[in-house]
Design a protein around this ligand. Structure first.
Ligand code: NAD
Length: 476
């Protein structure tokens, strides 16, 4: 398979060279340089803004049916290219091939979802208040959208930003991660081939803070969607507030997992270990704080540790490897600092706890138990292959633990009690709750958090609503 030519997509044109600065794209499993990504200049960003402004009426003027046919075609092209997309996600981000294939299929599904959902952006006719006066409510595309997508789901994240904007009749400028550009480029190629007109989608890379500042201070941009960390999200929300721009913020999480004493412990362990070490833990909804009923605690810790030790770590392209490397060289020192500090606070290191000798940014699957509440890892998102496990006895106390942090993205619980299931659904503060399951993201379900994990949702009917405005029209 061929690694694509890296370029910016502006107004239908693939642009590279021209003296632009570049950054190397590195395979995190081998540390080989895959290519050099050109970075957008201020003039490039201005051109992208002009293109998005000019192309918006072109895309808006198409009927939802016409737009839907193009998005369906793009989804088909992506399905035909699943193997290429999966390979790119492996070599750019370090995923395992089975995980990457699932993500590639999901990226296609996102366009299918928005192709169909765009046809259902219903308004309504209000009952008359005064005879002869007609009152209607319509939904309209909000206008050019800026999207910022991170590297951890290099196919799914750009697909969400592009799919919502296109399904809702908006043009967009999307900045995927500089670490994983080819994944986004191949998705954009499929959209262009399927018939998305020039300028409707623009793909730019650059210095993240410069690109976001440039785009979000432009009056052209009417809405923005960001996936990333809480501190960066807060910064971008402030910049957006200056122009009163609509924001969708999908920020970090620190998901609690409550395991009660009435479960099949071995079955929960199989699911939990697979979910924890998916994408080497670099997942915003990754299960991180395990609270396990004291009566099964020791068995759970032992079972988790044995499974983590047995996980085969290595290049995701090699069959049998279950966990790949961390996505870039900045991650291992961050993860290491969390673990060292937790151990210094009194946590027990059950397994892992250090980087694996290179080449590649591999890190051992790590399990910490009996971690004091004051440890940083109990309070800040570790975003790596680390599980922390603590015991609990009392239902109300464990709910308080689950809700203790400013994060509120995902939460999980395992129990057979119907009464408890109801209480958990009511009392846990999270945007998404998985009960007896870690599968919480499908195109038809809203994906988003509460509290400092952000606001707004991607996908679901809410994902489309995020790029539409509501207009009231009265006529007599
Ligand atoms: P980082 O905070 O530097 O970058 C995270 C993402 O935000 C990157 O895609 C980056 O390009 C983007 N970004 C950073 N500053 C920006 C700015 N001023 N304007 C626009 N975009 C900006 O850290 P990192 O080392 O790349 O990633 C680690 C942290 O990022 C993790 O701790 C995690 O909290 C967060 N993260 C979250 C998600 C998620 O799915 N919510 C995904 C990736 C990273």
């Amino acid at each position: 398979m061929q690694y694509p030519q890296l370029a910016l997509l502006i107004d239908g044109e693939w642009i590279s060279g021209g003296g632009r600065a570049t950054v190397p794209v590195i395979n995190p499993a081998t540390e080989e340089v895959l290519g050099h990504q050109p970075l957008a200049t201020g003039a490039d960003l201005d051109r992208a803004l002009q293109a998005a402004q000019r192309a918006w009426p072109v895309w808006r003027a198409k009927t939802p049916g016409e737009r839907g046919r193009i998005l369906h075609r793009a989804a088909e092209l992506l399905r035909e290219r699943v193997e290429l997309l999966a390979w790119l996600a492996c070599i750019e981000e370090g995923k395992t091939l089975p995980e990457a294939r699932i993500e590639a299929g999901m990226a296609a599904e996102i366009f299918t979802w928005y192709a169909e959902e765009g046809r259902r952006a219903y308004g309504r006719v209000l009952p008359q208040r005064t005879p002869g006066v007609r009152m209607t409510v319509v939904k309209e595309p909000i206008g050019p959208v800026a999207g910022f997508a991170p590297w951890n789901f290099p196919l799914g994240n750009p697909a969400r930003k592009l799919g919502a904007a296109l399904g809702g009749g908006c043009s967009c400028i999307v900045k995927p991660a500089e670490e994983t550009p080819a994944c986004a480029i191949v998705i954009a190629q499929a959209l262009i081939e399927a018939g998305v007109p020039a300028g409707v989608i623009n793909i730019v890379f650059g210095v993240p803070s410069e690109v976001s500042q440039h785009l979000l201070t432009s009056p052209v941009i009417r809405a923005m969607s960001f996936t990333g960390s809480v501190p960066v999200g807060k910064l971008l929300a402030k910049i957006s507030a200056e122009g009163m721009k609509r924001t969708t913020m999908e920020l970090g999480g620190h998901a609690p997992v409550l395991v009660f004493d009435d479960v099949d412990v071995e079955a929960v362990l199989d699911l939990a270990v697979a979910a924890k070490f998916r994408n080497a833990g670099q997942v915003c909804v990754s299960p991180t704080r395990f609270y396990v009923h004291h009566s099964i605690y020791e068995r759970f810790v032992a079972g988790f540790t044995a499974r983590a030790r047995a996980l085969q770590v290595g290049n995701g392209l090699v069959a049998g490897n279950r966990m790949g490397p961390l996505a870039h060289d900045r991650r291992a020192p961050v993860v290491q600092a969390f673990i060292d500090e937790a151990v210094a606070c009194g946590a027990t290191l059950q397994t892992g706890g250090k980087a694996i000798a290179g080449p590649g940014y591999f890190y051992e699957p790590t399990v910490l138990s009996d971690v004091p509440e004051s440890a940083r890892i109990m309070n800040e998102e570790p975003f790596g292959p680390v599980a922390v496990i603590n015991p609990f006895s009392d239902f109300d106390a464990v709910i308080a633990q689950a809700n203790r942090l400013p994060y509120g993205l995902a939460a999980y619980a395992f129990t057979q009690s119907a009464k408890r299931v109801n209480l958990l659904g009511e009392q846990i503060e999270a945007g998404m709750i998985g009960i007896n399951s870690f599968t919480i993201a499908v195109p038809e379900s809203p994906f988003g958090g509460v509290k400092e994990s952000g606001h707004g949702s991607e996908e679901g009917i809410e994902g489309l609503d995020a790029v539409m405005v509501t207009k009231f029209i009265t006529e007599s």
